[in-house]
Design a protein around this ligand. Sequence first.
Ligand code: SAM
Length: 228
Amino acid sequence: MAAVTNTFESVKATILSAHESTTSVEKVNFYNSWAENYDQDVAVLDYRAPSLAANSISSHFSSDREAAVVLDVACGTGLVAKQMKRHGFGHFMGIDGSEAMLKLARESGLYQDLKQSMLGEGPLPVQWGLFDVVVIVGALSIGQVPVGVVRELCKSTKPGGYICMTTRSNRDNVEYKAALEHELKQMEDEGLWTCVEVAEVEDWERAVSQQEDGYIAGAVYLYKKLKL
Ligand SMILES: C[S@@+](CC[C@H](N)C(=O)[O-])C[C@H]1O[C@@H](n2cnc3c(N)ncnc32)[C@H](O)[C@@H]1O
């Protein structure tokens, strides 16, 4: 593992520079430039979302984990698959918009298949109803993946399979989080899935904005796709 060389202040400056990216293409370009330092920088931020999501899935998934096929959406460098592997999952497909993040995911050797795709610009490039688990961590937030993509996550999941999502609960993401929760509830009312667990976590990751200090909060949502 690479030594952690970046300081909290330098990581904070990197992340604040991403706020200048207004379009999703600019945001993905930001990740292209950040990819090489991403793992060590998020360790400085005490970023625990991948392990929190993997724990949530693991505590409810009762079928054969070795046989299960997992779709990791906005997979980045592969931190979610790394955590899920610790819980016995072994088959991963990843999707991300950033070629540089995908290159590192490829080098991790954790994924059977990886695809470059801009989320929110068309249907997910996967077969519907194929995956035992669909997971998206660290990407459902303002300026990244549009809320509407959660319908695609549900479509890709097998009936009876799980969908795990995370978002931030801090100030700049309040409106996005409300829109996300509205969509999750709407889909439950439509009979597409049922809510298994929502965990609000106080010490989600270290705050980087000028208005916040200490840790910001975040949330993990686990849904089960209803059998058709
Ligand atoms: C914070 S990283 C999270 C990566 C990984 N899931 C993790 O938890 O470490 C966000 C990822 O989402 C991807 N991303 C953000 N917006 C996207 C979009 N609209 N389409 C495709 N990928 C996107 C970025 O390229 C980046 O790899």
